[in-house]
Design a protein around this ligand. Structure first.
Ligand code: IPE
Ligand code: IPE
Ligand code: MG
Length: 244
């Protein structure tokens, strides 16, 4: 366990992606409605965004609503979307002040109008932020993202030679951003749930039993320490890594 006052490792990830899971179980354990778990989860988002910004993490990508989450009860979906509006209202002015640019990964057009409007406004208001990019994956699915990229090639009448890893990556929501170095999933589940399937090809995976509302600065530091202790080889041998 890393104490908050301990020094942090030098090699921090440039891009952290998070699957914020366990809000429902956090609420259930307290005899509260699931929406209370999501509210507590939004607080954890504030804490983690603030800490990443002060650590100088350049890209943070949070999975907030998957394309599969439409299968949840209507009341829960509307509670989540109300929280999103509340979050934007409170956080966008602060984000602007701190140089954080907000981006949305996912099908914005499939979101309800008030959320779509607030997100567009938030994105344009923070677009000049140069310190950090906060990506919110909303109405996002990794497979749908790949299908969309293929469709865009076809629409342009691209020849097979024009389809490369680079040109494909340029058609993803994350275009111009580095791949996640570290993927964190909370709540003990060990799966990707259709998240950043292409981009996480070489990400270090970190799973923690902590439920998302309980994830704070200390837990983030712990994940960063675990990441720093990993040996990323990208297909090479450890000996090759050692001499380079
Ligand atoms: C993650 O927490 C938040 C969203 C998926 C929006 P869950 O709501 O999935 O919490 P559990 O997995 O039911 O505990
Ligand atoms: C993944 O969590 C999606 C988000 C965190 C937004 P889920 O709770 O929806 O994932 P599954 O259904 O357990 O795989
Ligand atoms: Mg879940």
């Amino acid at each position: 366990m890393i104490q908050e006052n301990q020094t942090l490792p030098e090699n921090l990830p440039a891009h952290i992606a998070v699957i914020m899971d366990g809000n429902g179980r956090w609420a259930q354990a307290r005899g509260l409605p699931r929406s209370a778990g999501h509210r507590a989860g939004a607080e954890a988002v504030r804490i983690v965004v603030t800490e990443c910004r002060s650590l100088g993490i350049r890209h943070l990508t949070l999975y907030a609503f998957s394309s599969e989450n439409w299968n949840r009860p209507k009341a829960e979906i509307s509670a989540l979307f109300s929280l999103l509006l509340e979050f934007l209202r409170q956080e966008v002015p602060l984000m602007e002040e701190k140089g954080i640019a907000l981006k949305v990964l996912g099908d914005l057009d499939g979101l309800p109008l008030p959320q779509r409007t607030a997100l567009r406004h938030a994105m344009s208001r923070t677009a000049h932020g140069r310190e950090m990019i906060l990506n919110l994956a909303l109405n996002y699915g990794g497979r749908a993202e790949l299908v969309r990229a293929v469709q865009s090639f076809l629409r342009e009448g691209a020849s097979p030679e024009m389809v490369t890893e680079k040109s494909l990556a340029a058609r993803l929501y994350t275009r111009d951003q580095p791949d996640p170095d570290l993927l964190i999933r909370t709540s003990g589940e060990q799966r990707l749930s259709n998240y950043l399937l292409y981009q996480c090809a070489y990400s270090e995976l970190y799973f923690t039993p902590t439920l998302w509302p309980d994830f704070g600065v200390a837990q983030l530091h712990e994940a960063l320490a675990a990441y720093a202790a990993r040996s990323r080889r990208f297909g090479k041998t450890q000996e090759q890594i050692n001499v380079s």
